[in-house]
Design a protein around this ligand. Sequence first.
Ligand code: FAD
Length: 292
Amino acid sequence: MKLRGELQENVSMGDFCSWRTGGEAKRLYRPEDAEDLALFLSGLPENEPLLWVGLGSNLLVRDGGFNGTVIVTKNRLLEMRFMENGILRAEAGVTCAKIARICAREGFTGLEFFAGIPGTVGGALAMNAGAFGSETWEHVEAVETIDRQGQIHRRSPDEYRVAYRHVEGKEGEWFLAAEFCLENGDVDEAQEKIRALLDKRSATQPTNQATCGSTFRNPDNDYAARLIEEAGLKGFAIGGAMVSEKHANFIVNQGDATAADIEQLIAHVQTTVEELNGIQLVPEVHVVGDPS
Ligand SMILES: Cc1cc2nc3c(=O)[nH]c(=O)nc-3n(C[C@H](O)[C@H](O)[C@H](O)COP(=O)(O)OP(=O)(O)OC[C@H]3O[C@@H](n4cnc5c(N)ncnc54)[C@H](O)[C@@H]3O)c2cc1C
């Protein structure tokens, strides 16, 4: 069998990450479909480092790049269908926004919170993405994963340790698809809820700038944004990276930020907040790759 996807070499990850910066991936593969992905994975050397990327909206690739193969699911793995009993099966590359929109249109509720999360199903499963009191894994009935040999597995949520923006499970397997459990609801109500959630976001977040959303997880019983603002860091910049004036937990690439600028700003925020009130902020964003 022949590969049908797209393989590129030395690709800037700034083009695949919402911070719009980052080093190069040695190789980058965009599979045509799940079967093609399985074939590609089965042909890789056993020790080839692998990085999966959806919309790159929670990912910083250091300036020295990623010395391995990046699998990009954006605009790939896009199958989505409603099954029996209010179950939706969606492949890893389907965007959260599309799921929210289509579920609402079909009169299913539960996933409206997906509307403003600029990620894919794969990224939402890996991060346990959530918003406005709801989280991805609360709605997962089952997932399909793929391993390095291209074998596909069906797994149930109780095979994973799922926490706030954190998921641990099967080492050496990546998410290929998910089945979400939905409830019957009212189309107008669901669509109105989505509109309200999106309005709330654009009022409080710098949604039209290059960011990765919330940089840090919220500590127990507090908010990272509140702590960063209290530390006087709104508007503080290192190189081209700046703590957003609109939402202190967002770091904005003002245009020419390097990944190192962003990483240094993350470290500066952590140190400043810890010195002020002893709280260690834990990054929500995943930082990978080699320093330059
Ligand atoms: C403006 C803005 C607002 C945001 N708001 C929210 C919010 O309200 N709530 C929230 O939770 N997040 C939010 N985020 C962060 C981000 O959108 C979510 O974490 C999202 O789930 C990431 O999805 P992605 O497809 O972009 O993942 P990526 O950023 O591409 O990847 C994130 C991690 O998941 C891994 N991964 C990706 N695909 C797979 C796969 N198929 N299998 C296994 N691992 C995989 C990657 O290797 C990486 O470690 C926001 C980001 C932005 C820019």
